[in-house]
Design a protein around this ligand. Structure first.
Ligand code: SAM
Length: 246
């Protein structure tokens, strides 16, 4: 019993430290612009195309979209949704709007805060009501290395999504093997998911998997965070999953 609670305390402390480090990395990346930034700040075209693909999953209905971008960053991949008449966009990020240089769209709201903070989330009127589309591109799921944290997060995401709504998720990935945990060269902890994970628990409890797409960056590609290491010979893959809420 005593050992159990001790372990829990150490674990929570480690989580807090890792979260703090991650926040510092993001703050500094947005402040310093692209010169010294992690690869994702500059490499947004693919991510925007993946969001467009997720939006096309609604094309048949043609109805207005309510979209939530968790960890929206600069908003460059999703905020265009909120420029379209009839749509509504909510972006949430722990970093402030000025540092992000985020332009909030005409039909949209930005919330500065932690999506994993129950008190913060419950106080936001913009998060009341459900969404048609929720995007998590490299924000939270890819940083959750413990299955219980992931399960908890998915309950939260599913709770904000309409039935038959789409969850567009982008994470680090191990294309041919099994999932594993590893830190990126800048220290951010990452879960490298196997694409098949999205069809299994804890995803399957809430979602049907409609589509996965793997993108691999060569060792020297500047969009590969390992390319900053001397003599790097390691590629990196990301996976985009389109999940439909049951
Ligand atoms: C890798 S960046 C991706 C930004 C954006 N989604 C994109 O594709 O350009 C991850 C973003 O998620 C934000 N973030 C990470 N954890 C978060 C949390 N718990 N709540 C809200 N935002 C978070 C970070 O501040 C950062 O802006």
């Amino acid at each position: 019993m005593h050992n159990g609670s001790l372990t829990t305390k150490i674990y929570v402390k480690e989580q807090t430290l890792s979260h703090k480090k991650s926040e510092e990395i993001y703050e500094s990346a947005y402040k310093n612009g692209q010169s010294n930034a992690p690869s994702w700040v500059a490499a947004y075209e693919e991510r925007r195309a993946l969001v467009e693909l997720a939006v096309r999953h609604f094309a048949a209905t043609g109805s207005p979209l309510r979209a939530l971008d968790i960890g929206c960053g600069t908003g460059v991949t999703t905020s265009w949704i909120g420029e379209i008449e009839g749509n509504y966009w909510v972006g949430i990020d722990t970093v402030d709007q000025e540092t992000l240089k985020l332009h909030v769209p005409r039909h949209g709201t930005f919330l500065q805060g932690n999506f994993l903070d129950d008190t913060f989330v419950s106080q936001q009127t913009a998060l009341q009501g459900t969404f048609d589309l929720i995007v998590d591109h490299g924000a939270i799921a890819t940083s959750l290395q413990q299955s219980n944290e992931l399960a908890h997060y998915l309950v939260r995401v599913a709770g904000h999504l309409k039935i038959r709504g789409v969850f567009a998720l982008l994470t680090a990935c191990n294309p041919e093997g099994v999932a594993y945990n590893e830190a990126l060269p800048d220290g951010r902890q990452r879960r490298f998911f196997a694409p098949s994970d999205f069809a299994a628990e804890p995803f399957r409890k809430h979602f049907d998997l409609e589509h996965t797409q793997v993108i691999t960056y060569a060792p020297s590609n500047p969009q590969n965070p390992y390319s900053k290491l001397e003599n790097n010979d390691r590629p990196i893959s990301i996976v985009h999953a389109i999940l439909r809420k049951r």
